[in-house]
Each structure stands twice: as C-alpha cells, then as structure tokens.
Design a protein around this ligand. Structure first.
Ligand code: FES
Length: 164
C-alpha cells in the first residue's frame, strides 16, 4: 500500500469517525472527505458505503451526480475562464485557448505536475470586468488577465501568445 493511500485512509477514517452511521449523512461525509483530500479517491466509495450501510453503487451514483465532487486531484492553482456572454464577447474564448495551449490541457483537466487545473465557469456576475478569469478564490478582470497568462507561461516555460 502506498503512502498516499495510507494517508488517505487515515483522513477518511477520521471523517467517518465524526459522523453517525446514518444514511442521511452521505453528502456531508463526502463533502468533508473532499474538503480534507481535495477530491474523492477510489477507496472513499467502499469505506463510506460500509460506514453508512449503503451499497457502493449508491455512494458512487450520488457522488458522480453532483458536479461538486471530484474523482481526480485538482491542481494547486485552479484557473477558471468565464464563458458567460459578456466574457465571450470580451475575448474569453481566446484566453481559454491560450491557457489550453500553455498548459497542454483541456477544461476539466489537471497538469501532470498537479500545479494547474483548468476549467470554465458560467457568468459569475463580474461582467463589467470582462473577460474574467478566476484563480483559486480570486476574480481577475481584463487588466490582470494578461499578467496571469504571462505568469502561467513563465511557470510552464512556454512563450506567451499576444493574441488574447
Ligand atoms: S459573463 Fe463573465 S462575469 Fe458575467
């Protein structure tokens, strides 16, 4: 058993110990485990199913139904490009294409070094700043997006496209 699996199991057991063996706890349990690990590794399904007296297929069905649950680890930096109308008009698609090129991944994917996860988001209500990109919890508008592209390119060792 690898160190990661042992560490994950320790975290999973700690979370399960905080919840009663109650089927209604399924979503809070999954949220809590994801809060600790950043995603739901495969061993979560059987451990949660056993603890709550549910079938593994039930746990997996619920976890896979909600987009909040991730089955792969996310990158240290989660970059989301807004695909709302104002941001689309403002050049969001070109920014997304440039980030895809720099990072070598598509939306929903994470770089192999786990440094970046790229994703898209619907309008986040900051249309006046369009095009908008979020990095982790921070919202960045037009003025900062070029700096984000430069920073990512520098980190990945690729040239910055001047197109967006
Ligand atoms: S369309 Fe992007 S923030 Fe509204």
């Amino acid at each position: 058993m690898s160190i990661d699996v042992v560490q994950n199991q320790t975290e999973i057991n700690a979370v399960l110990g905080e919840f009663k063996r109650d089927r209604d706890s399924l979503i809070p349990v999954l949220q809590s485990i994801q809060g600790r690990l950043g995603y739901l590794p495969p061993e979560v399904i059987s451990a949660v199913a056993e603890h709550l007296g549910l079938s593994e297929s039930t746990v997996y069905s619920v976890a896979s139904f909600y987009t909040q649950f991730k089955f792969k680890p996310s990158g240290k930096n989660i970059i989301k490009v807004c695909r709302g109308t104002a941001c689309h008009v403002g050049g969001g698609e070109r920014i997304l294409a440039e980030l895809e090129r720099q990072l070598g991944i598509k939306p929903g994917e994470t770089t192999p070094d786990l440094q970046f996860t790229l994703d898209t988001v619907a309008c986040i209500g900051a249309c006046a700043l369009s095009p908008v990109v979020t990095v982790n919890e921070n919202i960045h508008g037009r003025a900062v997006v070029s700096k984000i592209l430069e920073a990512v390119a520098q980190k990945k060792g690729v040239a910055v496209c001047q197109c967006p």
